[in-house]
Write a protein that binds this ligand. Structure first.
Ligand code: ADP
Ligand code: ZN
Ligand code: ZN
Length: 734
């Protein structure tokens, strides 16, 4: 019997601690990363072993036994296990929740790790030839082969081939060894061959690729800083292909909205179908399968959104984060990790290169590139014959607008229609109009549950709060002075769409925003329609700005850039510059030159001068100087504690006592605890909210401080009076 009797288990509970269990009944102590079924109060739950020891702070007699070990070998590979442990510490998030995040939903339950139908089996030509010559004593092989011989291209699952309880698995593996059968992914009868040849790389791409090549097999972060349409994806594809040809896996992360069939097809076309795709639109079974293929290594490339950064990999070779500046990499609730930052840490632990790519890099990554910590690869012009678009700033102080559209914008769209080209029109808000007022008494439609206005959705005749979703029907008269006819001020996507349909009755106008775009497939279909030129004018919100490559779009119109100029967040200017550069980047990506029209009431703002010369780097360098002077990230560490409650005073009371508790702790001198403040939108969905910022220039002490501080708060009595959370490296300050 082993001398180690106790395991420390991470359980699906929101506590910053592990739980001890005895293992005396077991043959051997399960290793870290193995799932175990354990009793928790009156339930049985699945946890992940995170350590073992010979003693516990709890009396042995009080400790309960592990009920069952669920995995023969650790489900979480060592490298991933280490990463998750680190992430729990770095984000100061309960480890049980961190481990859960890494598991596909199905494996959070008491069930076998291996999916039943991870792949199908198909007979090869050699198998058909041998079919009749297999000796009678190999009856099982013969039976399996003859079943496969009559199956279709998609093949059969091992389970379908088993008979009378005898598993076909070992027979299949033997047949595979002889080259008589092969594995195929269910639902895909395509061959594993790449079908597309890469374009010859241009000199800038070649420089980037050879720099990456030199760093194979060791940790090295790179920033691939290339303007929109400069061919970054080609650089990824090239490096991924090399990595795969050496028998190692590539993990490729993309923002949620970029994971379109177009991108998947591009990877499949180049790398064959040994691709596992992980995103939020999968069913639990699909996710489990893709996860498993990543883990066993049969997927050479794992392509996914944020949470795919935790995909297990048998032989990691490279990690790529496309559009690394994108906000969708930051998880906004619960375990608030940033997938880009996790990716860099993971590359370090796995000792592989990591490539962060963007036309508008985050200032964090830019600072690392400028300081030399990251290799800085630049693609300064567009690939092929495409040129950067021409940018024109339209002064709203001098131009009249109707439904948000000025005459130059209408004229430019008309030109494109007559030339058979496409236009993209960006509007800040969805809905018809963001404000509903009474012109008599000044009444406004406000959300009863938030400190916010309601947006008019005219087609349904409702006013909706975009923050909490609550809605009512549009009153016919002013509720305050009873004057009939309320007035809709400002424009959302619906109003602009209606106006364009009126102005260009023959044009095909389409709108994409989160009101239309339900499931991912629906957005994908809409984007496909644009690509197939079945649309002349596409109206939409920011969600259209990301990474899309529309060949026919030669005009981009931004109806109002002003909102971004007045952001409360210190990242406001960064976000505005990124968004403008990204939306502009959708124009003129092929031979026809592109144009961008930006309407603003503040044409003198420096953001526009930078935009006109496509000088995002210039902006970034200047902004970094300001950040340094102000003591903001990336030159300081931030953690934001948020609290909310239905009781108006409770969040502030809680945060005040939290701030006070911090005063007495060790490492206090290394951190600055700011005064608690109500959130900019104090009431949301009926809850009052407040926040407290802690910052430090000393990363190590900062984390030690947070450890002590949060342990104390978690066990304090006030902690149950409000809902509170900690956000390390917050991306949004409200
Ligand atoms: P990015 O990822 O930087 O936005 P892409 O890789 O999508 O850029 O490339 C933009 C367009 O240019 C694509 O249509 C792509 O096929 C094309 N392209 C990229 N590299 C080359 C090249 N070396 N020669 C010709 N066309 C290229
Ligand atoms: Zn009124
Ligand atoms: Zn609301």
């Amino acid at each position: 019997m082993s001398s180690q009797k106790i395991v420390q288990v991470a359980l699906p509970v929101r506590l910053r601690r592990l739980f001890d269990y005895r293992t005396d009944d077991l043959e051997r102590t399960p290793a870290n990363g193995t799932r175990v079924l354990v009793p928790l109060q009156k339930r049985k739950v699945v946890g992940v072993v995170c350590g073992s020891s010979e003693s516990s702070s709890v009396a042995l007699s009080k400790l309960r036994q592990v009920v069952r070990v669920l995995d023969d070998s650790p489900l979480l590979p060592k490298e991933l296990f280490k990463l998750l442990s680190w992430a729990g510490r770095y984000y100061h998030h309960p480890i049980g929740d961190v481990m859960q995040t890494a598991l596909p939903v199905l494996l959070r339950r008491d069930r076998a790790a291996e999916p039943k139908t991870a792949y199908h089996w198909r007979i090869c030509d050699a198998g058909r030839e041998r079919l009749d010559t297999i000796p009678a004593r190999n009856a099982a092989q013969r039976r399996v082969l003859s079943l496969l011989a009559v199956a279709d291209e998609a093949g059969l699952a091992a389970g379908d081939l088993s008979s009378e309880g005898a598993s076909a698995a070992t027979v299949l593996v033997r047949l595979e060894g002889h080259g008589l059968v092969e594995k195929v992914r269910p639902g895909s009868a395509a061959s594993c061959e790449a079908t597309e040849a890469p374009p010859p790389l241009n000199p800038a791409q070649q420089v980037a690729c050879s720099a990456l090549d030199k760093s194979q097999n060791s940790y090295k972060p790179f920033l691939l800083d290339g303007v929109t349409g400069s061919g970054k994806t080609e650089v990824y594809l090239d490096f991924v292909a090399r990595t795969v040809s050496q028998g190692r896996q590539a993990l490729v992360l993309v923002p949620e909205i970029s994971l379109t069939p177009q991108l998947i097809a591009r990877f499949e076309g180049r790398l064959g179908d040994s691709l596992a795709v992980l995103h939020s639109g999968l069913t639990d079974t699909q996710r489990h399968r893709a996860w498993w293929r990543a883990r066993e290594g049969s997927a050479a490339v794992v392509l996914g959104t944020r949470s795919a950064v935790f995909a297990p990999l048998a032989r990691p070779g490279v990690i790529i984060v496309d559009e690394e500046h994108d906000l969708s990499y930051k998880q906004r609730e619960g375990f608030r990790y940033h997938a880009r930052d996790i990716a860099v840490k993971r590359a370090q632990l796995a000792n592989v290169p990591v490539v962060l790519g963007s036309a508008t890099p985050s200032l964090e990554s830019m600072a690392n590139a400028v300081s030399g910590r990251y290799g800085h690869l630049k693609l300064k012009s567009r690939a092929g014959s495409a040129k950067m678009p021409k940018i024109e700033i339209l002064d709203l102080n001098r131009l009249a607008v109707n439904d948000g559209l000025s005459a130059p914008v209408v004229g430019a769209i008309g030109d494109r229609i007559s030339r058979g080209e496409q236009s993209l029109v960006f509007v800040n808000r969805r809905g018809f109009a963001p404000v509903v007022v009474c012109t008599e008494c000044g009444w406004q439609a406000l959300c009863p549950r938030c400190d916010a206005r309601q947006t008019l959705h005219r087609r349904t005749g409702r006013v909706i709060c975009h923050h909490c979703g609550s809605q009512t029907s549009l009153p016919a008269k002013c509720p305050q002075c009873h004057t009939p006819g309320l007035f809709a001020v400002g424009e959302g996507t619906q109003r602009v769409e209606e106006a364009l349909v009126r102005i260009f009755p023959k044009a095909r106008v389409m709108r994409i925003d989160s009101d239309v775009a339900g499931p991912a497939e629906e957005i994908a279909r809409a984007l496909e329609a644009v690509r197939e030129r079945a649309v002349d004018i596409l109206v939409g919100t920011q969600m259209l700005s990301k990474g899309h490559d529309f060949a026919g779009v030669t005009l981009v119109c931004v109806l109002s850039a002003d909102q971004g100029l007045y952001s409360l967040d210190f990242r406001g200017p960064e976000r505005l510059s990124q968004q403008l550069a990204q939306v502009s980047g959708r124009a003129g990506r092929r031979d026809s030159p592109g144009a961008v029209l930006v309407q603003t009431s503040h044409p003198e703002s420096p953001a526009f001068a930078r935009l006109k010369t496509h000088d995002f780097v210039g902006f970034a360098k200047e902004a970094l100087i300001e950040r340094k002077a102000a003591g903001y990230p990336p030159y300081a560490r931030f953690a934001l504690m948020r609290a909310e409650s239905t009781q108006s005073g409770a969040p502030m009371t809680f945060l005040r006592s939290a701030a006070l508790a911090g005063e007495a702790l060790s490492y206090r001198k290394a951190v600055e605890i700011m005064a608690p403040v109500p959130s900019p939108m104090e009431r949301r969905a009926g809850r009052f909210r407040a926040q407290l910022l802690v910052r430090s220039k000393d990363e190590h002490r900062f984390h030690r401080f947070l450890d002590n501080w949060l342990q104390g708060i978690e066990s304090s009595r006030g902690a149950t009076a409000v809902r509170w959370s900690i956000d390390v490296d917050p991306q949004e300050m409200y």
